[in-house]
Each structure stands twice: as structure tokens, then as C-alpha cells.
Design a protein around this ligand. Sequence first.
Ligand SMILES: [Zn+2]
Length: 112
Amino acid sequence: MPDTIRDILLAFVRVHILHHAVSERIYGSGMAEELARHGYKLSPGTLYPLLHRLEEEGLLVSESEVVKGKVRRYYTATASGKRALKAVQPRLAELLSEALPEKPTHATRHPK
Ligand SMILES: [Zn+2]
């Protein structure tokens, strides 16, 4: 995949991660499944550094918990993370209304 497209898609993934981390606790493998559902196939070698960087940047905060005998790292959005998502949302809406040939509708997303 060309670097430019990869960069753009990774930015979408970051928005996606923030969106989920604002409304719930997320963790790596669960997020990988959620992103796969949306058509993003990310290796752990891509996803985990992305989560770490969002934490380093202060947008996410993490805590470890033992789940079924394994340590799981849960992430949630910080106040900065919530502000970042709010800052992106109007631009995202603007971009969607302009850059797509037609507005996404329920019908186009779930063709019969
Ligand atoms: Zn999602």
C-alpha cells in the first residue's frame, strides 16, 4: 500500500480509536476486532504502537487488569482525548459532505 494512503488510513484509525475510547474502555485485541469489522486489518505491530503513542501524547490513559490469567491493558480517553475528538468531528463532517460523491446513507452502507 502506498505510504500516503497508509498515512491517511492510520489517521482514520486514530479517530476511530479515540471515538471508542471516549465511550468505553478499549483494549488492543478487542480494538483490532472492531477495526477489522470496519475493514481495517491491522497487525499488532501497527496497532499497539499506535495505542502507546496516543497515550504518550496524553490522549489516552491506560490501566492493567488481569483477565483470565493474562494482563490486559485497558485504555480510555483523557480530557485531552475528548477535546481532540470534538475538534476533529466538525472537520470530519465537513470533509464527508464535500469529498464523497454522495452522502453516506444507510442504504449505501448496507446494500441489499
Ligand atoms: Zn467502531
